[in-house]
Design a protein around this ligand. Structure first.
Ligand SMILES: CC(C)(COP(=O)(O)OP(=O)(O)OC[C@H]1O[C@@H](n2cnc3c(N)ncnc32)[C@H](O)[C@@H]1OP(=O)(O)O)[C@@H](O)C(=O)NCCC(=O)NCCS
Length: 454
């Protein structure tokens, strides 16, 4: 019997664990909703496969599929191939950091890549009871979705069977994803001449992500992030900043190859329109889930634009705004608004969105007869306070009020008086309110009235 069923039938034998379970479910629910139906390309380098955490990663990839995320899994085999070559007494050969694949090496590479394909497929097919995969029944699909071409000859060096992506059958992959299958791709692909070529997993993952217009590309490294100057993992980087770090890493002989490969792929993918690429640790159990289903993640994201957007609200933001303001209403910090009222006023709301979630909002209510506006329903999620988001929302609303040529912006608050004073507001009395607002003033709530001249 599952733990949840046990708790439901027998009450809660371990109240603390139950609470953790329930709150964990609740906290991740907005992310489950945000990611459903999205396309993720997961790039699993050979380094990640050789670690003990590999099984958990595969289970977590299967879980993404169960949650309605469309997953393409691209695996690499660099260390496995090198080990096999060494065992066979063959020296791995590189030119300009790219493997040269002669006939003998290629025979071995095909064996290694084929064996990995079977191992990963077997793992994804597992549905034993008492495992996270119980009842999953996942279809794993592999095929000739990538068409390769030879790298050819460079500076007199023939790359033989080393190739690069020529074409991606995006429509073919889409069909499999729409059928709820996980598309599994390895580092070998066929060409139109009927030969096979050895490609890098990074090249395949990048091109697939771009051609599929994927929402995310995810890679793994030992550390699971890019380390900044202060020794902490950098949460977010734009492609240009990431490129600088990549160039620095190229000069360091001991730099982690997985990180470099990811950065190269992520920068290319982001510049070609993939909005977000995440780097997480293969050594940390559940890092992939932490990154995708918690507020701030734990790895590094390479993003085309900042994770946060300030924009006008639309009707589809109602749920997100309600999630943000309901707890504040319950604490008496904001006046209660019904869903219907919010629907009518939605065009007056400005919000800050982060990774599909509303983390801040404010409204501008017009009082055209008095030529003033009300700055209302200001809220910033508790996890994101003290980073100027409140004042960013205020500035945006002031700008809108100026466009309406209002002379003043007023606000009512019970407990954020000092915040408003620090933003340049001054205290007023009820008599200073527009007539329409004065009639509705709640003398029991006794909010303070503040205003800023525009
Ligand atoms: C008020 C609120 C929007 C501020 O959001 P924020 O993003 O933290 O604001 P900023 O980062 O721009 O400002 C932070 C500063 O204001 C201070 N501050 C935050 N909330 C405050 C409050 N309620 N009263 C007084 N000062 C406050 C912080 O201490 C910080 O000061 P510091 O810079 O000296 O450290 C946020 O606290 C909130 O959502 N509160 C609950 C809802 C509410 O009261 N809304 C206003 C009524 S309409």
């Amino acid at each position: 019997m599952s733990y949840i069923a046990m708790v439901l039938l027998e009450g809660s034998p371990l109240p603390v664990r139950t609470t953790e379970l329930v709150s964990g479910f609740r906290q991740s629910a907005p992310y489950v909703n945000a990611h459903r139906g999205k396309t993720f390309v997961v790039m699993l380098g050979g380094e990640a496969i050789s670690q003990s955490g590999f099984r958990s990663i595969i289970n977590d990839v299967a879980l993404l599929n169960s949650l309605g995320i469309k997953v393409v899994l691209v695996y690499g085999a660099r260390p496995q191939i090198n080990a096999a070559l060494q065992q066979a007494g063959l020296e791995p050969t590189y030119h300009n950091r790219v493997r040269v694949t002669d006939d003998d090496s290629f025979k071995l590479i095909k064996q290694v890549a084929g064996a990995l394909q079977l191992d990963i497929t077997a793992r994804l097919s597992m549905s034993l009871s008492n495992t996270p995969m119980q009842g999953a029944q996942i279809n794993v699909v592999s095929g000739n979705f990538v068409i390769a071409q030879p790298l050819g000859v460079d500076e007199g060096i023939d790359y033989h069977h080393s190739g690069r992506v020529r074409r991606i059958d995006a429509a073919g992959i889409r069909r499999q994803l729409d059928n709820n299958g996980i598309v599994l791709m390895g580092p070998i692909a066929a060409s139109v001449t009927g030969e096979s070529f050895n490609l890098t997993a990074e090249d395949i993952a990048t091109q697939v992500a771009v051609k599929l217009k994927a929402d995310k590309m995810i890679g793994f490294s030992e550390i699971g992030g890019i380390i900044g100057e202060n020794g902490d993992i950098i949460a977010e980087l734009m492609p240009n900043a990431a490129e600088k770090i990549m160039l620095q890493l190229e000069q360091q002989p001991d730099a982690c190859p997985g990180t470099q490969a990811f950065l190269h792929a992520a920068i290319t993918a982001c510049r070609a329109g993939v909005p977000r690429c995440h780097l997480v640790s293969y050594d940390e159990d559940g890092a992939l889930l932490q990154e995708l289903f918690s507020r701030d993640g734990i790895g590094t994201q390479i993003v085309t634009e900042s994770a946060e957007k300030l924009r006008q609200a639309t009707i589809s933001d109602i749920g997100g705004i309600l999630d943000l303001i309901r707890p504040l209403e319950q604490q008496g910090l904001l006046v209660r608004r019904s869903r219907e009222q919010l629907e009518m006023e939605i065009s007056q709301f400005t919000l800050i969105e982060r990774d599909g979630l509303v983390i801040g909002c404010a409204a501008l209510y017009p009082f055209p007869d008095d030529n003033v506006g009300e700055f209302a329903c200001l809220a910033v999620h508790p996890d994101y306070r003290d980073a100027d988001r409140g004042s960013i929302l205020l500035k945006a609303v002031i700008q809108q009020a100026r466009q309406h040529k209002y002379s003043k912006l007023f606000a009512l608050t019970t407990r954020s008086i000092h915040w408003f004073l620090e933003q340049g507001f001054e205290l007023l009395t009820v008599d200073d309110l527009p007539a329409q607002k004065k009639q509705l003033y709640n003398y029991q709530r006794r909010s303070k009235i503040l205003a800023i001249t525009l």
